[in-house]
Design a protein around this ligand. Structure first.
Ligand code: FAD
Length: 346
């Protein structure tokens, strides 16, 4: 009868919720799960100790399968790795990926879906959430309860505690700098089973209007800005792209990544993928060195969680000194010159 159906579907929903698990959408590179996605696993762990974690990886080729092996033993709570192997998912295009996530969620009935707040995560999550008719919670920096989260607002000047009261799944993007993968999570980990995802939804033809054109990246040995342990950043005070080469030399010696303020990017000194801040990358390295950076609120939003901040500015009243652990009121060119002479090559 109608009421019988209603009752059993409610029971089914309850039992699904009781046994619900978390789906982590992972990114990979060179056959390994990216550190930002390992942070998403750490966030998934914070949701519930006994909660099982499924990891979704997509792409094509041998690197995908190597990354799946990595994911399978990346965290003691990972119970399953779902692999979506298709050329259509080889590039981070949100449209096919959102369909993938929609389809995987419908089959798995996960209570939570987590991605990191990378360009890819920020592109994918709202689109997939719209397909699933839920509202995502973005930029989570702490998990208080499985549905209660902390997220920054007003460019990081206030922290807001939000409660998700919508339907399952609770979808969220996390700031990877706020969730460190623990080494215990990886020790004594038995490899989880790897399952291929049914991709029949892809057979209906091309999904979406976007096409992949190409990837341009700087061919550099230096670490990636978002994951570097040391970041040296230049602001408008550097005055030219030529002068930014001095920062690059310092970065080379320190094994650091180079960052920039928006003013430096807008002036054309460096490309915009180096921008740190509210509308750039969020970083939290062990050491952040800022040269000729005034410390505007929008810049601080992207680096104030760094462990040690060093600032060099000729203006003693520059706001960067309010967040700096070590401040030097000096001409940055003299300081850089001295640092380059005194620090040995790596
Ligand atoms: P300036 O503010 O011009 O500071 C240059 C500093 O260099 C000065 O303090 C000066 O004393 C010092 N200096 C000059 N010469 C020397 C020298 N020889 N030796 C030592 N010190 C020297 N900005 C970001 O960085 N990231 C963002 O993501 C971002 N997002 C934004 C989003 C919005 C919506 C808006 C409105 C703004 C955003 N901004 C962002 C811009 C931000 O407000 C500032 O304009 C910018 O950060 C300033 O960059 P700066 O510190 O390089 O330049």
């Amino acid at each position: 009868s109608g009421s019988g159906f209603c009752c059993s579907s409610r029971l089914l929903a309850q039992s699904l919720r009781r046994f619900a698990s978390t789906l982590v959408v992972a990114e990979h590179e060179g056959g390994f799960v990216k550190p930002s996605s390992l942070s998403a696993l750490a966030a998934a762990e914070a949701i519930a100790e006994e909660n099982k974690i499924s990891v979704l990886l997509g792409g094509s080729g041998p690197a995908l399968h190597k990354a799946a092996d990595h994911a399978a033993s990346s965290h003691r709570l990972v119970s399953e790795v779902l692999v979506a192997d298709s050329e259509a998912l080889a590039h981070p295009l949100a449209e096919p990926w959102a369909e993938l996530l929609h389809s995987v969620q419908q089959k798995g009935g996960y209570s939570h879906v987590i991605a990191s707040s990378t360009s890819f995560g920020k592109n994918l999550l709202p689109r997939a959430a719209a397909l699933l008719d839920v509202s995502p919670v973005t930029d989570v920096t702490a998990i208080k309860e499985p549905r209660v989260f902390v997220r920054p607002i007003y460019a990081g000047n206030a922290l807001c505690t939000v409660k998700y009261t919508g339907e399952d799944p609770c979808m969220m993007s996390i700031r990877s700098t706020s969730f460190s993968p623990t080494t215990e999570a990886m020790s004594e980990t038995k490899a989880a089973p790897i399952t291929q995802v049914d991709l029949s939804f892809l057979s209906e033809g091309t999904i979406g209007k976007s096409t992949w054109v190409n990837l341009t990246s700087q061919d550099t040995e230096r670490p990636d800005l978002a994951n570097a342990r040391v970041v040296v950043t230049g602001g408008r005070g550097l005055k030219s792209s030529e002068n930014f080469k001095l920062l690059e030399q310092l970065a080379e010696k320190l094994g650091a990544a180079v960052g920039a303020t928006r003013a430096a990017v807008d002036a054309g000194y460096v490309p915009n993928d180096l921008q740190v801040g509210q509308t750039g990358k969020i970083v939290a390295p062990e050491l952040y060195m800022a040269f000729g950076v005034s410390g505007a609120i929008q810049h601080l939003a992207g680096m104030r969680d760094s462990k040690v901040i060093v600032a060099v500015n000729k203006d003693a009243d520059a706001p960067i000194f309010q967040v700096a652990d070590y401040g030097l009121v000096a001409d940055l060119f003299e300081v850089l010159d001295e640092l380059l002479k005194k620090i040995p090559d790596k």
